[in-house]
Structures are given as C-alpha cells and as structure tokens.
Design a protein around this ligand. Structure first.
Ligand code: NAD
Ligand code: MG
Length: 385
C-alpha cells in the first residue's frame, strides 16, 4: 500500500500534534505534505524539520522570515499571507486534509480542499456549524468524503459502518458534563479562566476546553451531527455520561442501540479518520473493566448551562442562526480567556447577538461570511461596554 499524503491544517494544536504522533508511529502508511500554524513558529519549525513536508504555512506574517531562515537548508516551501491557507489547500500535493484549525478560520481552507476533490478528516466542528449545508452540498457534488474526527461523531460514524440501508431513529451524543457538572449559577458566576481550563477527562485546546465547561461544545456538536449524518433536530439527543467511555450511540428503527466505546484518547478517532476505511494496530492503553465498574447517565442541566439551550434553539431555527451563535461564542470565549468577562457573561453575549443579527433562512456563502462579520462586531461591542 502506498503512503497516504496528509495535509495538517493546524498542526501545532492539540489535534495537530496528536495526529503527528499517530503519523510518526505509522510512517509506512502516511507521509506529511503540509503543516500550518498561526503563531507557534518554534513548534512549526521543529515539526517541519522532523517530518519534511512539501509546504508549511505560518499565519503570523511577522514570523515568516524566521521560519524561512530556519528551513533554508531544506526544500520545504514556506508561505504566509491571508490567502496562503486556501492556496495551499487548492494544490495537488496531498491525498487527505486533516482540518484541525480552531474556529471559523478553518472554514475557507476546508471548502477549498473539498473543491479540490480531497477527502477531509474534520476536527474543526465550527466549519459545519457556520455553513454545514453548503459544505456538505459541495462535498456531495465533488464526491468527497468528510470523515469526522470529533470523538462523538467518529463514534456515530463507526456505528453506521455496514448500516447504509437502515434508517437512524436518533443519535445520542454523550457529554462528560465538563468540570462544573452539578454546579449552579451561584457557583458559575465566580468561575475564573484557570479553573475552567481544567477538564476532567480530556486535554484539549483552550477554546474547546471553555466550550466544554459551558456545554456550548455539545451544542456545536449537535449542529455538527445534523450536517454529517443528515438528521432532523429532534433526532439528536444529548446525555451526560461522566466516565467518557461510551463516545456516542446510534438508535435504529428497531430500537437497537449501537455504541462505540473505549478510553478517552483523541488519538483513536484521529487515527481512525486518517486510516479509514482501515483500522490500524496500536499500543494505546486498553479499557480495563476492573478500573471502571460503572457507567452512569444523566440529563443535561440546560437551565444552568444555558449555552446548550441556545445552541439547541439555533439548531431548531436553522438558516444563519448557528453561524451567529458561533461567531458570538468565539468572541465571548476569547474575552473570557483574557479575563475581560465572567463565565456567565459568555451566555449573555451569545443570546443578545442571536437576538440582534438579521435572520436569513437560506443564506448563500457570502451571506454566511457577512453574518459572521456582523455578529462578531456586535458581540465585541457588547464586551467593550
Ligand atoms: P488548538 O487551539 O490546540 O489548535 C488550533 C490550531 O489552529 C493551531 O495549530 C493554530 O496555530 C491554528 N490556528 C488557530 N487560529 C488560527 C487562525 N486564525 N488561522 C489559521 N490557523 C489558526 O485547538 P484544538 O484543540 O486542536 O482544536 C482544533 C479543532 O478541533 C477545533 O475546532 C476543536 O473544536 C476540534 N476538536 C478538538 C478536540 C481536542 O481534543 N482538542 C476534540 C474534538 C474536536
Ligand atoms: Mg467532541
């Protein structure tokens, strides 16, 4: 079998670095052709020298010269500029894009990969939250598979293998509940950045860790599931499962439930997406029935974790509402991470932005871009007050 050539967009992040660990352990199966980073030049240089890609992109233009100098003795091409990510995504130098950029910034390069006919292993859930209808339509037109990396969606995807003729009754997304499970607003109002960055079961990038603490992450994942698996909003349920052993479930028309289980380790869904349709042998730790004797389930507390409720509203409303929700949430999360607003203020910013920005039932791609810009400016204006 020849090597699959991988382009990692967002290689210096939590998903990107774990993907490189998977690739390093399987150099017979994969080569690295593209690495991109926004600001972390040191790590990008280190990765490039180790994996010898065809191209690297450093987003921050001030760091371009340093990266270029560090790689001057190699054949690696170095790009920077706003359009560089899309230009590289359009090149015919890779077989699969791992979309591991965080936030809205991942949308355009991913669309470009799809238009370029390249399969996408999608970690960047915001891409589907913002413009899922257009992304999936383009994937269909270009016959490009979109393989989920998000652990819940990877679980559902794995449960659906061999079930193409069978109707899904519903999917059940599991959620750990995050670090503040069981807490009430009088506790959450005082939560600070460093506490919210401690997740009980997963180590992830800062933005998704905050989204997990507010349960916005699960709301974004409901919207992601709608587009990946072509579901109606009422076919998507969330259940709190604090052990994070069941990664999600599918219930079929006959009432049968299929679950995908394992230890919480993102390397597993990353490896599955890179290797699909093949599973790859590895030495990751195995689940031990003696150390986890109980699996428990609870209803999510949407009264306390109102972000999940807002995301459910956006899911039900459709149109550009999830795009508005996402833009406001990105602004709110980064403001919280800079200690500019409190934990519960994030919900206020999202709710007020959803109430303010004009609703569009069936937006064009341009209208999604405009909606994102308008929602960001409005959300930012709320924070300056
Ligand atoms: P991270 O913050 O650790 O890494 C983000 C990567 O994107 C970095 O390489 C960074 O350089 C790049 N980046 C950031 N802003 C950029 C911009 N404006 N333009 C171009 N590149 C930019 O994030 P992460 O935790 O690895 O998450 C990446 C994506 O995967 C997110 O969408 C997240 O929701 C999703 N995801 C992550 C996990 C996880 O365990 N970390 C699990 C499921 C899904
Ligand atoms: Mg997830």
């Amino acid at each position: 079998m020849s090597q699959k050539r991988i382009a990692i967009f967002g290689s210096t992040g939590s998903i990107g670095t774990q993907a490189l660990e998977v690739i390093a352990a399987n150099t017979d199966k994969f080569s690295v052709e593209v690495l991109t980073a926004q600001t972390n030049d040191e790590l990008l240089i280190q990765q490039a020298l180790h994996f010898n890609p065809n191209v690297v992109v450093i987003g921050d233009e001030r760091k371009y010269q340093k990266v270029k100098d560090a790689l001057s003795k190699t054949d690696i091409k170095v790009f920077t500029s706003e359009s560089a990510l899309e230009e590289v995504a359009a090149m015919d130098i890779y077989d699969l894009m791992l979309a591991a950029i965080v936030g809205y910034a991942g949308l355009k390069p991913t669309l470009q990969a799809i238009e370029n006919g390249k399969p996408v292993a999608l970690a960047n859930k915001e891409t589907l939250v913002v413009a899922g209808d257009i992304v999936m339509q383009k994937a269909l037109e270009n016959r490009v598979p979109v393989i989920p990396v998000d652990s819940e969606h990877s679980a559902i995807f794995q449960c659906l293998v061999g079930e193409t003729r069978n109707k899904i009754e519903k999917v059940i997304l599991t959620a750990s509940g995050g670090p503040f499970r069981g807490k009430k607003p009088n506790f959450l109002v005082n939560v600070k950045r460093d506490h919210a960055l401690q997740h009980p079961n997963w180590t992830m990038g800062a933005k998704i860790t905050i989204d997990s603490a507010t349960l916005m992450n699960k709301g974004l994942e409901m919207i992601e599931a709608k587009w990946l698996f072509n579901l109606k909003p009422d076919q998507i349920q969330v259940v709190i499962h604090p052990q994070s052993i069941i990664h999600s479930m599918v219930q079929f028309e006959d009432g049968s439930l299929k679950a995908q289980m394992g230890l919480p380790d993102m390397k597993l869904p990353i490896q599955y997406a890179l290797g699909f349709p093949y599973r790859i042998q590895n030495d990751f730790p195995r689940f031990n029935f003696k150390s986890v004797s109980t699996l428990t389930f609870e209803e999510p507390d949407v009264k306390t974790f109102r972000n999940l409720g807002l995301a459910m509203e956006a899911l039900a409303k459709g149109g550009n509402m999830p795009c508005i929700l996402n833009a406001a949430n990105e602004i709110a999360v980064y403001a919280f991470l800079r200690n500019r607003i409190g934990f519960l203020d994030m919900t206020e910013v999202v709710e007020q932005t959803m109430n303010r920005i004009s609703f569009i039932e069936s937006p064009t791609l341009e209208e999604y871009y405009d909606t994102d810009g308008e929602a960001r400016s409005f959300a930012a204006s709320l924070i300056q007050m």
